[in-house]
Design a protein around this ligand. Structure first.
Ligand code: NAG
Length: 295
């Protein structure tokens, strides 16, 4: 039986039914961000669990088929005189740039994935259930002829929630008072520990745990992101055979183009970009050829 399963697994991977994915993490923030990655229990490990991204820097990570886990951004990181690395937000407690199995300390915006799940679909979401530390978007990239499963919608939160974070939820740098700028915005669960906000205890079912005025603050600002534990209906998305671009601080212009727009509109954007590229290369070719033709 085990042998049969093994050869089945082999055949499936041979025929490419189990697509592995590329995650491209991009930092469009004006400040450095240290990506953190955590694999779920029992899923294949990733080649890296954390790395720095300077503004406008990207890094691609090869993600094995069947992977599940999460990624997030750490901000205001420093190395102390003893060599210990730590971050003001999203810290994973490893003391190093690599998280080595450590998860994000809340509050942190999280992008969560289960690749090749039910019906071969990838499931993904951006979650504010553990609070928020920076804007983040997930954009699936479906190759020509591939896909066909799931809506492959863009999701995330491109708003800077730290600016208007409710006073009771604000996390400020050490020594900061009420008037200091928030570095992150806590979830009501973390701030108050109330089972009603945490969907725990007597509120541990979808029927008994609903949105609250705090979760609604997050939902209003970021309609496609998870705002509380049972916010599944509007916050989980699926796609198949896709790669994913995960952007910290996506520009509002980029996000508007892709959030409200349908997939075909997003695709036509890509097509017109390709057209523009081929036109400009034709022009370049004409420019190069012309002097030769004159000779
Ligand atoms: C995905 O986006 C389309 C177009 O905007 C929308 O009609 C659809 O409801 C979205 N799907 C989900 C699961 O939200």
């Amino acid at each position: 039986m085990a042998k049969l399963l093994l050869s089945l697994t082999f055949l499936i991977s041979l025929f490419g039914l189990n697509h592995s994915a590329t995650f491209t993490l991009t930092n469009q923030c004006t400040y450095p961000v240290w990506a953190g990655l955590l694999s779920g229990a029992g899923t294949p490990p990733l080649p890296t669990t954390g790395f720095p991204l300077q503004p406008s820097q990207s890094n691609s990570v090869a993600v094995p088929a069947g992977w599940s886990g999460r990624t997030w951004g750490r901000t205001q990181c420093t190395t102390d005189p003893t060599g210990k690395f730590s971050c003001l937000t999203g810290d994973c407690g490893s003391g190093t740039v690599e998280c080595n199995g450590g998860g994000a300390a809340p509050p942190a915006t999280l992008a969560e994935f289960t690749l090749n799940g039910a019906n071969g679909l990838d499931f993904y979401d951006v979650s504010l259930v553990d609070g928020y530390n920076l804007p983040m978007m997930v954009v699936p990239q479906v190759g020509a002829g591939a896909g066909g499963g799931g809506g492959c919608n863009v999701t995330g939160c491109f708003v800077d929630l730290n600016l208007e974070c409710p006073a009771a939820l604000r996390l400020t740098a050490a020594g900061g008072d009420e008037s200091s700028a928030a570095v992150a915005c806590r979830s009501a669960c973390e701030a108050f520990g109330d089972p009603r906000f945490c969907c725990s205890g007597a509120y541990a079912t979808p029927q008994s745990c609903g949105p609250t005025s705090y979760s609604e603050y997050f939902k209003k600002a970021c309609p496609t992101a998870y705002s509380y534990a049972y916010d599944d209906g509007t916050s989980t998305f699926t796609c198949s055979s896709a790669d994913y671009v995960i952007t910290f601080c996506p520009t509002p212009a980029n996000s508007r183009k892709t959030t409200g727009a349908s997939q075909s509109e997003a695709n036509s954007g890509a097509i017109s970009l390709a057209k523009a590229f081929s036109i400009s290369s034709l022009m370049a070719a004409a420019f190069i050829l012309e002097p030769a033709w004159r000779l």
